[in-house]
Design a protein around this ligand. Structure first.
Ligand code: TGC
Ligand code: FAD
Length: 385
C-alpha cells in the first residue's frame, strides 16, 4: 500500500491532470517552501509568487480567453491542492487573483475591462483583490454600507472594506458597493484620490499573506470602471462560488502535508525504546488522518467532475467547503499532537497549516454560514435571520 495515496485516487486523474499536479508540486517544494518559514515568521508575502504562478499558468486557469489557460475545473482544483500543501497563503493568493478578482471581471466586466486586465493578471504582472467584507458586514454582505453614487459619468464611492487579501499590493481592487440600482462592482485603482489600502498587522494565521483595509473616501471612479454585467449581491456571491470550490481542494493539500509529516515523524521519533508509530494510540491517529485526507480528496474530485459537467450547485460547494475544512483542521490538530513539542515550532509545517486553517474556516463563508446553506437546501427553511 502507498500510505500517501492509500485508495489510489491519483489513478482517477487524467495524464494531463497528473502532469499539472506534479508541476505545481515541484514549484511548491523547490521554490516556495524554502522561504515560507521566514515569510511566515516575519508576516511578509513572497513577492516572487505572482509571476511564478503566472508562469505556471494557474492564475484564472479555469477561465477561457484573454490569456487564461482554459483548463478544467478539476485541473484548477488539483492546482489549489498542491499550492495549499505549501501554505494556505499561496492558495489564497491564487484564489483571490483567479476566482475572485479575475472571475468578477471575466463574468461581469465589459470587453474593454477584460482586455485591459485579464491577460496581465493571468501572467501575474498585475495583482487583483476583492473587497466585499466590511468592519460591520461579514457573514451578511447584504448589510454593506459602502455606497456608490453616480455623478455624471463618474461614481463617488464611500466606505471601508476590511480583511482584504492582497489589498495593499493590488493594482486593481474589485470593490462591491450599494447603489440606487442594487449592489455593483467597481474597479478601483491605486492613485485614485481618496483611496488607500493600509496593511493589517497582528494576524496569527495566514501570516505569509497580505491582508488589508480598503478605505474609500469620496473616490471618483469613472463609469468605464463599473462592472456593467450585474446589479445584485449575485455578483460577488457568484465569485465566491468559484473561490470556495478551490478551497474544497486546497485544504486537502494542507491536511495531506500535515498527515505525511506526522507519519514520517512517528516512524523516527522513539520513546519508551520504540518508535512512537508502534503505539496503538499513534496508529489510530494515523489511520484516522489517512482516511480523512483520502475522503476529502474523493469529495473534491467528485465536486470537480460535477463542475466540469456543469452540474455543481452552490450548496454542494457549501457542503464541500464546510466538510473539507473541518476535516483538514482535525488532521492538522491530530498531527500537531503527534509531533509533541516539535509540533508547535516552524521546523515542521503542521502548526503553520493549523493556524492558517483557522482563517480558512472563517473566510469565504464561515463554517456556520455553510451549515445553514446546507440546512436551508435540506429543509427549505432559511435560518440565517
Ligand atoms: P440572498 O437573498 O440569498 O441572495 C441575494 C442574491 O444573491 C444570489 N445568490 C447567489 N448567487 C450566486 N451564488 C450564490 N452562492 C448565491 N447565493 C445567493 C441570490 O439568488 C440573490 O440574487 P438576486 O438576483 O435575486 O438578487 O442573500 P442573503 O443576503 O440572504 O445572504 C445569503 C448568504 C448568507 C448565504 C450569503 O450572503 C453568504 O454567502 N454570506 C457569507 C459571506 C462570505 O462568504 N464572504 C466572503 C468574503 S470574500 C472572502 O472571504 C475572501 S477570502 C479569500 C482568500 O484569501 O482565499
Ligand atoms: P461575523 O460575520 O461577524 O461572524 C462571527 C461569528 O458569528 C461566526 O462564527 C459566524 O459564523 C457567526 N454567525 C454570523 N451570522 C450567523 C448566523 N446567521 N447564524 C449563526 N452564526 C452566525 N473578505 C473579503 O471580502 N475579501 C477578502 O479577500 C478577504 N480575505 C480574508 C482573509 C483573511 C485572513 C480573513 C481572516 C478574512 C478575509 N475576508 C475577506 C473576510 C471573511 O470573508 C470574513 O471574515 C467572513 O466572511 C466572516 O465575517 P466576520 O469576520 O465579520 O464574522
Amino acid at each position: 500500500m502507498n500510505p500517501n495515496d492509500f485508495l489510489e485516487i491519483d489513478r482517477l486523474l487524467s495524464d494531463e491532470e497528473r502532469l499539472i499536479k506534479e508541476t505545481v508540486a515541484r514549484y511548491v517544494s523547490e521554490k516556495y517552501l524554502p522561504g515560507v518559514n521566514e515569510h511566515y515568521e516575519n508576516g511578509t508575502f513572497d513577492s516572487s509568487v505572482p509571476e511564478a504562478l503566472g508562469d505556471l499558468n494557474v492564475l484564472g486557469m479555469h477561465l477561457t480567453g484573454y490569456g487564461c489557460a482554459g483548463s478544467s475545473a478539476t485541473a484548477y482544483g488539483i492546482a489549489c491542492m498542491e499550492l495549499e500543501a505549501g501554505d494556505s497563503a499561496l492558495r489564497s493568493f491564487c484564489s483571490v487573483q483567479g476566482s475572485l478578482a479575475m472571475f468578477a471581471i471575466w463574468k461581469w466586466g465589459s470587453e474593454q475591462q477584460k482586455e485591459k486586465w485579464l491577460p496581465e493578471m493571468a501572467a501575474g504582472r498585475k495583482i487583483g483583490c476583492f473587497g466585499l467584507t466590511e468592519p460591520d458586514s461579514g457573514s451578511d454582505p447584504g448589510s454593506m454600507r459602502t455606497t456608490a453614487r453616480q455623478d455624471g459619468d463618474e461614481w463617488v464611492v464611500n466606505g471601508a472594506k476590511m480583511w482584504i487579501t492582497s489589498g495593499s499590493i493590488a493594482d486593481v481592487a474589485v470593490v462591491w458597493a450599494r447603489t440606487d440600482d442594487g449592489v455593483q462592482g467597481f474597479l478601483v485603482e491605486p492613485g485614485m484620490e481618496g483611496f488607500t489600502a493600509p496593511e493589517m498587522h497582528g494576524k496569527l494565521s495566514l501570516r505569509a499573506s497580505v491582508t488589508s483595509e480598503l478605505i474609500l473616501d469620496g473616490v471618483r471612479v469613472p463609469d468605464a470602471n463599473r462592472l456593467p454585467g450585474v446589479q445584485s449581491l449575485k455578483g460577488p456571491l457568484s465569485c465566491l462560488n468559484e473561490a470556495r470550490y478551490g478551497i474544497v481542494w486546497g485544504v486537502i493539500g494542507a491536511a495531506r502535508a500535515c498527515y505525511e509529516t506526522a507519519l514520517d515523524y512517528s516512524l523516527t521519533r522513539e520513546q519508551f525504546g520504540e518508535p512512537i508509530a508502534s503505539f496503538q494510540l499513534t496508529q489510530a491517529k494515523l489511520a484516522d488522518m489517512a482516511a480523512a485526507v483520502q475522503q476529502g480528496y474523493l469529495l473534491a474530485l467528485h465536486l470537480g467532475r460535477l463542475k466540469d459537467d456543469g452540474r455543481l450547485a452552490s450548496v454542494q460547494i457549501s457542503m464541500g467547503k464546510q466538510q473539507n475544512v473541518r476535516a483538514a483542521l482535525a488532521v492538522a490538530r491530530s498531527a500537531r499532537s503527534l509531533l509533541g513539542a516539535n509540533g508547535v515550532t516552524l521546523e515542521y509545517p503542521v502548526m503553520r497549516h493549523a493556524n492558517n486553517l483557522e482563517s480558512v474556516f472563517t473566510y469565504e463563508g464561515t463554517d456556520e454560514i455553510h451549515t445553514l446553506s446546507v440546512g436551508m437546501a435540506l429543509t427549505g427553511i432559511p435560518a440565517f435571520r
